[in-house]
Design a protein around this ligand. Structure first.
Ligand code: ADP
Ligand code: MG
Length: 838
């Protein structure tokens, strides 16, 4: 039959067509597995077989022009290079796949069915179970399993109920291998033909598990990657291999992608459903099957069974939220939510369950924070109003000091600064102590607002304290204040770890007898001998670096002062509410006028010379430049350039004619100060530094910031670093030098090129790297959220916070809501216990 000629379509015999496609696919697979050598089969060579088959498909399958063209190419296969052959084979597979779809009968073979073993009826022993039953007493959990579960922090029945799945296998959407479509999420059930585990030849830290699977419609190769040294031990590799014996039935679930040899799974979930020795036992086939975080020696089935055994505890559990509240918030019952998070019947149910449990997590968190806020503000603070009577014995000269300070400044406040200062001053005038967070982008002018607030305290005859996270910053704050305060007749001391003993004693005396009006310092301010006569306001700069406990210690010194915390690293609102939910939030969302945004560019390491050229050009115009590095010194473990090494190289080889300074955290405090002063004065024109410059160093003439190994930093941190330039009138530049090998890192850095809005950048960072990374430190005090996501569940958080506020307003002790109170108390106890090792 010649193509192109009109013809009556013949019916396709589906079985014959299927078998023909399968044979061709197998031939193509084999050819590619063997490296495209044009294999000789039983009767003919691979290429001859393909050319012939494509031209003469079974009855009813009509080759299109593409197929005939492919056939033509296969006749010339021996003339093709290896990569042309590979290309042709790939094209042919794609083409066949499409052809197969086209020719498939309207009623395709249905999803696979599995023969299931009925679950055993629950033994009567279950009736004795309570939420506090130790796991070892749960039917089916022996002492050995209980020990393994303890490693996951699971000790009693209740813990299992709250051990949420980390994902689900979607058995409701089972498909056959031949029907896998790129771009969809699918689950197949297939037999293991072979299993191989090996260490990647290119990366000794990467283990690869490779399975050849088959179902009646086709074959597929599935790989999983395990990064990390512990996965590459021969024992671990063997163990994995043993889990997937030939003939076992496995489920594979995940996103299907287009691979070089047809559809393939990307990082799939895999589970053995049955092996030749043990038939399928799962009770939940045909639904969403929960996948739990496991530990060595604890199988998925074992854990699922144990959880199934405790689920009957749930019905009848009282709900911590009364029915009308649940209705208003659109929440399902907590008991059902817990039940269904482990055994959802469908996606909708899963979503409703998740929402309820996420809501509860946020609600408990916010109740805790808002109760804490009540405690913080329970005792009265000295009202700091301009008209307030000066305290006895306070130094004279307080009156009008804020006004005189504002007049002293060479600029007027922005509208945002005015608004925020008014918010703060209104708080300060009250007896209820202020607990406020001041957020604002770098350079938005928070510090001057904070100084005006401190002077408000002075004006009212009280003392003020300003705490900074590093000595460098404390010294710089002090230097800035020293430029203004003498003219206002206000005195101010500096107290850091480096303050000499005699000076220190003098300061402490003046502080205790009330002669000293303002004190600037680091954590040293928290130490016991520091006593204030009349502490009115504490300003904490870069608050998130101070733990809650440190804040408490300060608050317990003498008077209950007002508290203003500042962060120059704006964080997304969800994070702010979780971390600082006990504070009111003020936001400076406007930069002072006349700032030109910093021009940001990405440079590959090989383009570093461009950065040096720019530095040279800017320095020639009287500007200064920073070069920032992640490390102080070389470490054996990494090939990162270090500050010390780069300083040596820049000073000695690249810029022998310039004066190059060095600043890093391991230098003595006096040396750090010298390095900063020299740079600020222009004695050095180039400052090589670690991230010590991140916080607050202010040199208006600095117009270039080069950041090496930019991919090692978080976006928020880079933005913060970038804020060190662009503080003067000159157009400024930020050059991010990165290792060009990682496209994802590059994409992340592009956000900085596009945006100069700290809030937007922080939001992206939260999405890309998670809250822990955004905050940069492990002691960030973030609450434990098992299910809730600070990136995605913002709306639920707002609602939960609002509800928490309303509840506490009416019923601060939660006496009307005993079940909620119990839940909160249990969470507090859990948090005060040491975390399980893992
Ligand atoms: P932040 O602490 O928010 O990073 P700063 O208070 O250190 O910002 O202010 C950054 C720079 O901008 C300082 O040099 C400061 O004197 C200046 N500045 C602050 N407010 C204004 C304003 N309203 N107009 C012009 N310059 C301002
Ligand atoms: Mg500042």
């Amino acid at each position: 039959m010649a193509p192109g000629q009109p013809q009556v379509p013949t019916a396709v015999d589906p079985a014959a067509a299927e078998s023909w496609f399968r044979t061709l696919h197998q031939a193509l697979q084999l050819e590619s597995d063997r490296g495209f050598g044009d294999l000789t089969g039983r009767r003919e060579r691979f290429s001859v077989f393909l050319a012939r088959s494509l031209r003469q498909p079974p009855e009813g399958l009509r080759p299109a022009a593409t197929e005939l063209e492919l056939a033509e190419q296969f006749t010339r296969y021996s003339d093709l290079t290896q990569s042309q052959r590979q290309h042709l084979v790939t094209r042919c597979r794609q083409c066949l796949q499409a052809w197969r779809q086209r020719s498939r009968p309207a009623d395709p073979p249905g999803p696979p069915r599995l023969r299931l073993v009925e679950p055993a009826p629950a033994p009567a022993a279950l009736a004795r179970l309570t939420a506090d039953t130790p796991l070892a007493e749960i039917p089916g959990v022996g002492p050995r399993t209980a020990t393994r579960m303890a490693q996951l922090g699971l000790f009693v029945a209740r813990d299992l109920l709250h051990y949420y799945p980390r994902d689900y296998l979607d058995y409701a959407n089972l498909v056959r291998i031949h029907a896998l479509e790129p771009g969809t999420t699918a689950t197949i059930v297939a037999a293991v033909r072979s299993c191989r585990t090996f260490v990647s030849p290119r990366n000794p830290q990467l283990a690869i598990l490779e399975l050849q699977l088959a179902d009646p419609t086709g074959r597929i190769r599935v790989s999983r990657f395990y990064a990390g040294k512990r996965f590459t031990s021969p024992a671990w590799l063997k163990l994995q291999q043993r889990q997937f014996p030939s003939g076992a039935t496995v489920a594979v679930s995940g996103l299907v992608k287009d691979g070089p040899y047809g559809p393939q799974f990307q990082d799939p979930l895999m589970e053995v459903l049955s092996s030749p020795q043990a038939p399928v036992r799962s009770t939940q086939i045909g639904r969403l099957i929960p996948v739990y975080g496991l530990t060595e020696g604890l199988g998925a089935d074992r854990l699922r069974q144990a959880i199934a055994a405790v689920l009957p505890l749930l019905p009848g559990c009282p709900d911590p939220l009364p029915e009308p509240v649940r209705q208003a918030e659109g929440l399902i019952e907590r008991a059902s939510a817990l039940q269904q998070i482990h055994a959802p019947a469908n996606r909708d149910q899963l979503q409703a369950s998740r929402r309820r449990l996420v809501f509860d997590e946020f609600l408990l968190m916010q109740l805790g924070l808002l109760q804490r806020r009540r405690q913080l503000t329970a005792r009265p603070a000295p009202p700091l109003a301009p008209g307030a009577a000066p305290h006895a014995g306070s130094p004279a000269g307080g009156a009008g000091v804020v006004q005189r300070f504002l007049e002293l400044l060479p600029f007027g406040f922005t509208a945002a600064q005015e608004r925020v200062l008014a918010e703060i001053r209104a708080d300060l005038a009250r007896e209820q102590p202020m607990a406020r967070l001041l957020q604002g982008d770098v350079g938005s002018g928070k510090t001057v607002v904070a100084v005006a607030a401190l002077l408000t305290a002075v004006e009212a005859g009280c003392q003020g304290a300003l705490m900074a996270p590093t000595e460098v910053l404390a010294e710089q704050h002090h230097a800035r204040l020293a430029a203004w305060l003498p003219r206002l007749h206000v005195n101010c001391g500096l107290l850091t770890g480096a303050t000499p003993a005699r000076r220190r004693r003098q300061l402490l005396d003046d502080l205790a007898n009330g002669q000293l009006q303002l004190l600037v310092g680091t954590h040293a301010l928290l130490e016991d001998p520091v006593q204030f006569a009349r502490l009115g306001l504490v300003v904490v700069d870069e608050q998130h670096r101070f733990g809650v406990r440190q804040r408490d210690r300060l608050l317990h010194k003498g008077l209950q002062p007002h508290l203003l915390t500042m962060t120059a690293t704006p964080i997304p609102r969800t994070l702010a509410l979780s971390l600082h939910g006990d504070l009111e939030v003020s936001q400076i969302d406007e930069l002072p006028p006349g700032r030109t945004p910093v021009r940001t560019r990405l440079l590959k390491a090989s383009q570093r010379q461009e950065a040096y050229d720019l530095i040279r050009a800017e320095v020639a115009r009287g500007q200064r430049a920073y070069v920032v590095l992640p490390l102080v010194e070389e470490s054996e473990k990494s090939d990162l350039r270090s500050a010390v090494e780069v300083h040596r190289q820049l000073a000695g080889e690249v810029f022998p004619d310039l004066r190059v300074g060095l600043l890093h955290g391991r230098m003595a405090s006096a040396d750090k100060q010298t390095a900063i002063t020299a740079f600020a004065r222009g004695d050095t024109q180039l400052l090589v530094s670690t991230t010590v410059v991140e916080v607050g160093v202010d040199v208006p003439e600095a117009s270039v910031m080069v950041i090496e190994h930019a991919e090692r930093f978080g976006l928020a941190q880079l933005h913060q670093l970038r804020g060190r330039v662009g503080r003067g009138a000159a157009a400024s530049h930020c050059l991010l030098v990165h290792d060009g090998r990682n496209p994802q890192a590059r994409q992340r850095l592009e956000v900085l090129v596009r945006s100069s809005d700290g809030f937007e950048i922080a939001e992206m960072d939260l999405r890309l790297r998670g809250p822990g990374q955004v905050l940069g430190t492990r002691q960030s005090g973030l609450p434990d959220l098992a299910l809730a996501s600070l990136a995605d569940d913002g709306e639920v958080l707002e609602r939960a916070r609002e509800l928490a506020r309303r509840i506490l307003e009416r019923d601060p002790e939660l006496s009307q809501l005993p079940h909620l109170a119990a839940l909160l108390a249990r969470q507090r106890r859990a948090l005060s216990q040491p975390a399980p090792l893992n």
